[in-house]
Write a protein that binds this ligand. Structure first.
Ligand code: CU
Length: 399
């Protein structure tokens, strides 16, 4: 067993204990190794050439050596060193969500979300072990109608290392479904809920280390449409902000391990839109695209786990805004910057009056210029000089 596996088993054990699993359940779900029985586990692994179990007194020192070695490992720029599949992209496709609900009646629907643990790049050369719903950040948007009976299934495939579950803020019931969906690697679990109230809601993993799981990518949005649906628009985008806490500095190349210490201080290395630095811009996976004259709806989720977003469209304004995704409220009009707390959402419309980029940012701007939090909507179409025109080039004041 290598170090990462060993640390993982310890953590799974802690998570399982905190999530209230019995000893029998733990053995069933995680194997005997999870409890350190049959000699598997902690004390007997060779660390830096010595067995940690050789003397009791050596255990503490060896554990420290193990931490040092893990840190040294993280300087190796080989992303496969995390022991997870390496994928080229976790950034969710901002138009890759279901369209508006057209059904006139409530229905029974089944939604399956699959947890994927995988290493990907936050920016070029910066590798991070993500945990995701369906391989994307934010997790796949679920879209149902008020009154629907939803069978929500969570799959945790073989090859993943951690326990996971899902808490949906659209659910009346214990933990929003968390305990009901606890799933160890190689397991699936499910529950049924009725979507009683409309709105746009965050969902997230809620295993006891939930801040770590969310900051590793495990959050997304479920939209419960009212029976009459949402106002008609020309185009919709779905994006999500969250923070990543690592043991290295922002932009430092190499493998970035999660840092519990920085998370405790709420001092993120990165603040991201769709899981990558400037992921939805021409410099990375490409900008979103819209046309002059269109009304565009933004579904925005703030996974957090800790920071409130001051969400703002540079070069535009939210012409209608439903704070916290409360779509049954009267929309606020002409809002420049909206506070979106962690674990909440925003639904807003923008009018695309002129061509050019609209930048979606957190107006706590150090998160934009230093930590990666920006996406771009590239608006194409005819100039509209009545609304905006460049009337001169820059010239010298002396002229
Ligand atoms: Cu999880």
């Amino acid at each position: 067993m290598d170090h990462s596996q060993e640390g993982q088993e310890l953590e799974n054990r802690r998570e399982a204990q905190k999530s209230g699993m019995s000893r029998r359940e733990m053995v069933t779900k995680l194997g005997a190794g999870a409890l350190g029985v049959a000699g598997a586990g902690y004390g007997l692994t060779r660390v830096n050439g010595a067995s940690a179990g050789e003397t009791a007194g050596a255990a503490g020192a060896t554990a420290k050596a193990g931490v040092a070695e893990a840190a040294a490992d993280s300087s190796v720029a080989d992303p496969s060193a995390f022991g997870l599949p390496v994928v080229s992209r976790v950034a969710g496709e901002p138009e890759g969500m279901p369209g508006p609900i057209t059904r006139r009646r409530a229905a029974s629907v089944t939604e399956t979300l699959t947890v994927k643990e995988a290493t990907s790049q936050i920016e070029a050369g910066v590798h991070f072990p993500f945990m995701t719903f369906d391989g994307q950040v934010p997790g796949r948007m679920l879209r149902v109608r008020q009154g629907d009976e939803v069978r929500l299934r969570l799959e945790n495939p073989t090859g993943n290392r951690r326990l996971h579950n899902i808490d949906l803020h659209a659910v009346y019931g214990p933990g929003g479904g968390a305990e009901a969906t606890n799933a160890a690697p190689s397991q699936k679990n499910e529950f049924v809920f009725q979507a009683r109230y409309p709105g746009a809601f965050v969902y997230h993993c809620a295993i006891p280390n939930l801040d770590m799981h969310i900051s590793s990518g495990m959050f997304g949005m479920i939209v419960v449409e009212p029976p009459e649906g949402l106002p008609e628009v020309d185009r919709e985008f779905y994006v999500g902000q969250h923070e990543v806490y690592t043991e290295r500095e922002t932009g430092e190349k190499g493998n970035h391990q999660f840092s519990a210490e920085r998370m405790r201080r709420e001092d993120p290395t990165y603040v991201l839109l769709n899981g990558g630095k400037y992921a939805l811009t021409p410099d990375s996976h490409g900008a979103m695209e819209a046309r002059v004259g269109e009304t565009v709806r933004i579904f925005f989720a703030n996974g957090g786990p800790n920071l409130t977003s001051s969400f703002h469209p540079i070069g535009n304004v939210f012409s209608k805004l439903w704070r916290e995704g409360a779509v049954m409220s009267r929309p606020e009009r002409w809002v420049q910057t909206a506070s979106v707390p962690p674990g909440s959402t925003l639904v807003a419309e923008m009018e695309m009056e002129v061509p050019g980029p609209v930048k979606l940012v957190d107006h706590a701007l150090s998160r934009v210029s230093r930590k990666g939090m920006m996406g771009v909507i590239d608006v194409k179409g005819r100039e509209n000089p009545e609304v905006f025109r460049n009337s001169s080039e820059a010239t010298s004041l002396a002229e």
